[in-house]
Design a binder for this molecule. Structure first.
Ligand code: ATP
Ligand code: MG
Length: 323
């Protein structure tokens, strides 16, 4: 019994994407100048995660996706999908891909696009494919548009059709390059809901996006790339929790005597009538709480401040660029 549980846990924690010391140098043909597009990049993406790759222009994001899809090859290191080296074409059997700025033939209808790309990905036609196309058009709320030529589609509909194309062969891992690019807020919400639905089916999503608020809302984990280096990686909730910045709210007002005692241990504390903001660290936070309790001031709550993913992104990139 225990063994079975352990086995299931291992299976659930399976790394869908694994890279080890992945590096890519591009050498200019004439000047022979070398660009390190990726340096010693080691990371994992687990099954069922929505993983976001962020980074400024030229950081190496597309290079990484291209290596994972074996469109280009690493200079050093290796990468695996589902435990199979990406150099082996079988690694791509369970992978779907929505490229950035995709261009489907505009004279086709939505269902013809899916039929065409289904055949390109090696799906056999017939009833199974028709059923799958119906299911995908339903999932994307595009059923009523299936017989309409895609030149009449809005940008949001085109992205959803691209998502249907990526999901058509029922892959376990999908790479999405800027899936909500140019889509209005209502369309973006619809795409977010679709991605959550895909995740609930146990699929893994690897997302490349510049829309940080978007990434913050849907990704479980993110990696930030800068000039080919992985400079930050982690759970979105942990990364956006600002270290050592706390707000204490009190039930009773803070009198002058208590205020002075607090300022004696943390001269930078911001003190209002029922609120104290401190950035002095956990130890001093506890000392402040001790002062309040000794002064018979009840604590309503203590909150750790959060920053947005955008603030974190700008800070870590700035810091890395000055190093
Ligand atoms: N085929 C190539 N030949 C030479 N240099 C290249 C090639 N492809 C990419 N590069 C360089 O490698 C670096 C990383 O490029 P990459 O396209 O991976 O960045 P990116 O993070 O996807 O940027 P963006 O956000 O603009 O799409 C850049 O300096 C780019 O100029
Ligand atoms: Mg790119």
């Amino acid at each position: 019994m225990l063994k079975q549980v352990q086995h299931d846990m291992n299976r659930n924690n399976m790394a869908v994407i694994e890279t080890q010391n992945l590096s890519k140098d591009y050498t200019a043909r004439f000047s022979k100048q070398v660009v390190n597009a990726l340096n010693d990049f080691t990371f994992n993406v687990e099954q069922g995660e929505i993983f976001g790759l962020l980074g400024p222009n030229g950081a190496g994001k597309t290079t990484l996706i291209k290596i994972l899809l074996a469109i280009t090859f690493p200079t050093r290191g290796n990468a695996k999908l589902f435990g199979t080296d990406v150099k082996n074409y079988k690694a791509k059997a369970k992978v779907g891909y929505l490229p950035e700025n995709h261009r489907f033939p505009s004279y086709l209808t939505g269902e013809q696009v899916l039929d065409y790309y289904g055949q390109l990905s090696g799906m056999s036609g017939g009833v199974t494919m028709t059923k799958r196309i119906d299911e995908m058009l339903g999932l994307m709320n595009l059923t009523q548009w299936r017989k309409t030529k895609i030149k009449k589609y809005s940008k949001g509909m085109m992205q959803k059709l691209g998502l249907a194309q990526a999901m058509l062969s029922d892959p376990d891992l999908i790479f999405l390059d800027e899936p909500t690019d140019g889509v209005d807020p209502i369309g973006r919400k619809e795409i977010r809901d679709i991605l959550s639905e895909i995740k609930s089916r146990g699929k893994t999503i690897f997302l490349n996006s510049h829309l940080l608020s978007e990434v913050e809302m849907i990704c479980d984990r993110v990696a930030i790339l800068n000039k080919g280096d992985l400079i930050k990686e982690g759970n979105v909730d942990d990364l956006t929790r600002a270290e050592n910045i706390f707000a204490i709210h009190t039930v009773q007002p803070i009198n002058m005597d208590i205020k002075q005692k607090i300022l004696a241990i943390d001269s930078n504390a911001g003190i209002g009538e029922n609120e104290i903001n401190t950035e002095a660290g956990i130890e001093k936070l506890n000392s402040v709480i001790d002062i309040l309790r000794a002064g018979k001031v009840s604590i309503q709550n203590v909150n750790q401040k959060t920053s947005t993913l955008e603030e974190l992104f700008i800070n870590v990139i700035k810091k890395d660029n000055t190093n």
